[in-house]
Design a binder for this molecule. Structure first.
Ligand code: NAD
Length: 478
């Protein structure tokens, strides 16, 4: 059932790419489905001196890339949009923002609720949060702060950022976005586990040989070379998205559906990540950087715009993670992510061993959860749709449920408006995952990689194959 929500959104970075490509289309879907109707307004802020009318035009133009609805519906939606020119360091501008928000709250009867959305460069997150607090923007309704990625680039910078925002907002009002947690399959994993008792019973070191998480892309860095040079795939994909996917599949099943209980289990899991020595990093983590393709048509990473000619940033990584826990000790979690791979893939492959015959499951069965599929053919058993596999130990909870599947951002915005923090990352989780990733980054910083080391359009460096072969395993997506 759809319940209309009331809030004033203040979008810092309202003229930017994320806002136009993700946020406004998602808000429009919520408008069309009735979650947002009469009692909301969106204030876009950025440095440029735009008028409300011009801002609305940019919003409608971007909607037209995704929707073919009547212009009238889009115009009705755009009437809720207002623009405020704003420099993040100027206190006066926050006062103007506060007054505009109060006025719109009266006009739209938005219940004094505020969503402060940081669609702005990460270096401004702390400054903006502090000003929201010090200039008295907070109201007696709810005041929720939404933070985009990246949340720091190592443990120290993440701690500093967290220190700054938590001076202004309590942890319970901070919504750190990891858009993989908005994807339907990732959100459904707890449900799949809860409704398939035999599958859940098999999810431990007695029955699982290894678990593989692959997030592969066919494209290169495109126009994000400048950002990529500050990150690399380990920070950009593994520290957050891959870790959260592992959290969904490998945390202990929570005894209750409350966010606190779910997050505690995830924190416990990340807290049990086995620490690595530098030598272990050499053995268990592979890094790569793409060269041109076989025909020499594509740019190598080092030839991309805003990328240094001698860049040591990795565009591919594969690693073996282990946990020191009763449930998972001895089970390797192989992860990989890369650009310019042969295709796009977002998947979890769970490889069972031969003990599973005890549970009536065929020996060495592989269950694959496809994260990007938008229909209910998203579970494979030994590479074929679960419905045709002849094994019935795992199935999707609700057939046809995918028909109404929401876009990740749409689903996350509903959660923010509902005060549901299940699908956001908590500081304690980030602290553990950054600590782990830092071990790898620190070792890599000490060594000169031999880049580029894989041809565009291939599966990455050979060492990534060896990583599994050494253990007698192999990648399932190949
Ligand atoms: P962008 O460069 O397109 O937009 C940045 C916005 O910030 C613009 O509206 C700009 O006017 C505003 N801005 C810049 N300096 C300012 C200042 N001093 N005062 C006030 N406003 C200022 O960037 P983007 O791609 O939209 O990314 C925004 C945030 O979202 C970043 O933190 C990014 O890491 C994150 N993010 C973006 C994407 C994406 O797909 N674009 C995906 C994930 C996360």
């Amino acid at each position: 059932m759809v319940t209309e929500k009331s809030a004033i959104f203040i979008i810092f970075g309202g003229s930017g790419d994320l806002a136009h490509r993700k946020l406004y289309p998602s808000l429009f879907r919520l408008y069309k489905s009735g979650f947002l109707k009469d009692h909301f307004a969106v204030i876009g802020t950025a440095r440029r001196p735009w008028s409300d009318d011009y801002f609305r035009e940019t919003v409608i133009t971007s909607l037209k890339d995704y929707f073919d609805d009547d212009e009238e519906i889009m115009q009705g939606f755009a009437k809720h949009f207002f623009y405020q020119s704003h420099d993040v360091n100027d206190s006066e501008h926050y006062i103007a923002l506060k007054n505009l928000a109060a006025k719109l709250d009266d006009q739209f009867e938005a219940g004094h609720n505020r969503v402060y959305y940081m669609a702005i460069a990460p270096r401004f997150f702390g400054t903006v949060a502090e000003h929201i607090n010090s200039e008295g923007l907070k109201t007696d309704g709810y005041n929720r702060l939404v933070i985009e990625k990246p949340f720091g680039r190592d443990l120290d910078s993440a701690c500093e950022l967290n220190g700054n925002i938590s001076k202004a907002f309590p942890e319970n009002d901070i919504y750190r976005i990891d858009h993989y947690l908005g994807k339907k399959m990732v959100q459904d994993i707890p449900n799949i586990r809860a409704t398939n008792a035999k599958f859940e019973e098999a999810l431990n070191n007695k029955y699982v040989s290894n678990i593989q998480v692959t997030l592969a892309e066919a494209i290169g860095v495109e126009d994000r070379g400048g950002y990529y040079e500050t990150a690399g795939v380990l920070r950009d994909m593994v520290q957050n998205h891959i870790m959260q996917i592992i959290g969904a599949i490998a945390s202990d099943a929570p005894e209750a559906k409350e966010a606190d209980v779910i997050h505690k289990n995830k924190c416990d899991l990340f807290g049990s990540l086995k620490e690595m020595t530098p030598e272990q990093v050499d053995k268990d983590f592979v890094r790569g950087q793409y060269d041109t393709d076989k025909l020499g048509n594509e740019k190598a990473y080092r030839q991309e715009d805003k990328v240094a000619e001698d860049s040591n940033i990795e565009t591919y990584t594969a690693g073996k993670l282990e946990f020191d826990s009763k449930r998972w000790s001895g089970v390797p979690f192989y992860v990989r992510s890369g650009k310019r791979m042969p295709g796009k893939a977002s998947r979890i492959d769970i490889v069972f061993n031969s003990n599973v015959t005890e549970l009536g499951i065929k020996a060495n069965t592989v269950v694959t959860l496809l994260i990007e599929r938008t229909d209910n053919h998203s579970i494979l058993i030994n590479g074929i749709d679960y419905k045709e596999s002849g094994q019935d130990f795992i199935k999707f909870p609700e057939e046809g449920d995918f028909d109404n599947a929401r876009e990740a951002y749409e689903s996350l915005i509903i959660d923010i408006l509902s005060g549901d923090r299940v699908h956001f990352t908590l500081w304690d989780e980030l602290r553990s995952t950054w600590k782990y990733i830092d071990t790898v980054e620190e070792r890599w910083a000490d060594q000169q990689p031999d880049f580029p080391n894989y041809i565009s359009g291939t599966m990455g460096p050979d060492a990534a194959e060896m990583l599994l072969e050494r253990d007698g395993n192999s990648w399932i997506w190949d």
